[in-house]
Design a protein around this ligand. Structure first.
Ligand code: FPP
Length: 248
């Protein structure tokens, strides 16, 4: 795609697929509004959203994104009507069941979040998928499930405090690296790009630590209407920005 690079201005007109961000994260927002516009139950929006999610996994893997993270269910989402929570959990069940068998081979799946309150059959499916897909490295797919950014930092701090109390670490040894080793994303690079469709412009407790230097792209499309060309647009926006990480 280099010929689209206007040499003088360095403004790209098409994403440069040879220099993609390593880690792209998505806040899959707008499912409810998509359904409402069509006078459908909210669960229909999540169903369409899950189809879009599957296509994005395939597309990200095919173009060479190495880490993809999606916000599927937050620690606050339990407050939704039981029927809606059940519909999201059923979509997850179905994804976790067949992801390994035939759809997303070569993708390693990891769940970010506190699994304990999930239904036992979902925990078993997660454990199996995480173990079975551990051999793959084409892409790591993180699904944030019962996830909250502050809760993630809290549990890391609690674990570290325990290690200090047990004498395995001194307070002085606690640095950013130690904290990162206790996050759900341990060992992975921070997201370079976080995309939020649906017009909302906030992070909603998503990857609070990891997003310190992420580029944020907010788009007006609702998640169920999100297509590959929308991702291309976000990648282009990302590539036309100048990341300085606090430098000059
Ligand atoms: C936010 O839209 C979306 C969610 C809380 C659920 C996202 C879940 C899926 C896309 C399906 C399951 C996921 C996987 C990984 C199979 P919203 O309901 O808040 O939309 P609104 O703001 O328009 O109401």
């Amino acid at each position: 795609m280099a010929w689209f690079n206007l040499k003088k201005s360095k403004v790209l007109l098409r994403p440069d697929f040879e220099h993609l961000p390593a880690h792209v994260a998505f806040i899959m927002d707008g499912n409810g509004r998509w359904a409402k516009k069509r006078r459908l139950p909210r669960s229909a929006g999540h169903q369409k959203g899950a189809q879009v999610f599957r296509d994005m996994v395939r597309y990200c893997k095919d173009i060479g994104i190495k880490y993809m993270t999606v916000y599927a269910f937050s620690t606050e989402n339990w407050k939704r009507p039981q029927q809606e929570v059940d519909s999201i959990m059923d979509l997850l069940r179905s994804y976790l069941k067949d992801a390994f068998d035939y759809r997303e081979e070569e993708v390693r799946v990891k769940i970010l979040g506190d699994k304990a309150p999930l239904a036992p059959d979902i925990i078993a499916l997660i454990d199996k998928l995480e173990a079975d897909s551990a051999q793959y490295d084409k892409m790591i797919l993180n699904i944030a499930l019962n996830y909250g950014g502050r809760a993630e930092i809290m549990q890391a701090v609690q674990q570290i405090a325990g290690e200090v109390a047990a004498g395995r670490l001194t307070p002085e040894q606690v640095d950013e690296t130690v904290l990162e080793e206790h996050l759900y994303t341990a060992g992975q690079p921070d997201p370079d790009l976080i995309i939020r469709p649906s017009g909302e412009q906030r992070l909603s407790n998503f990857l609070m630590w990891q997003s310190a230097y992420s580029e944020l792209v907010f788009m007006d499309v609702l998640w169920p209407d999100f297509r590959r060309h929308h991702l291309d647009r976000a990648l282009l926006e990302y590539q036309n920005r100048n990341r300085r990480f606090g430098g000059v």
